[in-house]
Design a protein around this ligand. Structure first.
Ligand code: BDR
Ligand code: CA
Length: 325
């Protein structure tokens, strides 16, 4: 089968880094046109550096990285270093990346790639604040033609918020951008906290990934262990939630998630509920049901997929090294 073409927009970020590791390892299934970065969990210079570093660990130098927007559309930045460490990559040792990001801007890359694409052929995966996507859609609405869908991590309905009582971080960090993306008419597949809280990095699952022993698997295990040690993530035996890999896991194995059509509005006015996602499952006149909302996930299945994909990539690297002897 032809690999699925994707652009991955992210703010690494511990769980973004796990997401990138999964995407990079899925060599046969995903054709990654490029990685675009945005300010979010940490500042834009660090999210870009971190994406380049994870690319090195995954040995995917051929995939370009493009730096994007350095602040939200209309508000001050809200970082989440308390969940991701000062570097954004938890306790992962930081080295200078072997190669830097491209010189062109992430938004220009998104626009030109989608304008050149066959109709409905590219999935835009987004696991940070939606600033780059909103700017791209605002600048060139025609890009919607090349889009198959936007698969994003963001929002919360049943679970309440994780940055305020009613908002999830990615939506809260740039609610105006999120409102523009959900309101764009594009098909959006949204993996919010209702689903991602069901995907838990239990110590047994982390140990199974560590046992694979390849550089990407060891990095993933280190990132997950860092998250598990944070008191804010709850008891470590329960495992911290694995948010950002969910859209990639869905592309690779859709049967791991339950999706329900709905309409989503994003709160941009109220200081109390800023960034809240109002998810309407009922069919209401004038509110298009352009969103598929993830209501549940098979957490064990997502971790099986992560382990199998990293292990297959490790085996491929070992046999390539053997052939080179
Ligand atoms: C989301 O917020 C970020 O801190 C994580 O990387 C993830 O994208 C979870 O709410
Ligand atoms: Ca993220």
């Amino acid at each position: 089968m032809r690999p699925h073409r994707v652009i991955v927009d992210c703010d690494p970020g511990v769980d973004d880094a796990v997401m990138l590791s999964l995407a990079f390892a899925a060599r046969d299934a995903l054709d990654i046109a490029g990685i675009t970065t945005v300010a979010g969990n940490v500042g834009a210079a660090l999210t870009t550096r971190n994406a380049c570093l994870i690319r090195d660990i995954a040995s995917r130098p051929e995939i370009p990285v493009f730096a994007g927007c350095v602040r939200p559309l209309r508000r001050a930045s809200v970082e989440a270093g308390h969940f991701h460490g000062e570097s954004g990559l938890g306790s992962l040792p930081i080295a200078a990346p072997r190669s830097a990001a491209e010189s062109s801007h992430a938004v220009d890359f998104i626009v030109s790639t989608l304008l050149d694409a066959e109709p409905a052929s590219v999935t835009l995966v987004a696991t940070g604040p939606l600033t780059n996507l909103a700017v791209a859609l605002g600048r060139e609405p025609e890009i919607r033609r090349g889009l198959r869908e936007i698969a994003l991590m963001g929002g919360a309905r049943n679970e309440g918020g994780n940055i305020t009582a009613s908002a999830e971080y990615n939506i809260y960090a740039d609610p105006d951008a999120a409102a523009a993306v959900f309101g764009s008419g594009c098909t959006v597949v949204a993996f919010g906290l209702d689903a991602t809280h069901q995907v838990r990095a239990t110590p047994e699952r982390v140990a199974a990934i560590r046992a694979i022993g390849s550089p990407p698997a060891l990095a993933v295990a280190e990132l997950l262990a860092f998250s598990n040690a944070l008191p804010a993530n709850g008891p470590s035996a329960q495992g911290s939630p694995l948010h950002d890999p969910c859209p990639i896991a869905w592309l690779l194995r859709p049967e791991l998630f339950r999706l329900q059509p709905c309409h989503v509005d994003v709160e941009t006015g109220s200081p109390l509920t800023l960034g809240h996602t109002a998810v309407e499952f009922r069919a209401v006149a004038g509110r298009p049901q352009n969103v598929l909302w993830a209501t549940g996930a098979d957490g064990a299945g997502v971790f099986r997929l992560l382990g199998e994909t990293l292990a297959a990539d490790a085996a491929r690297a070992a046999s390539a090294a053997h052939r080179a002897l």
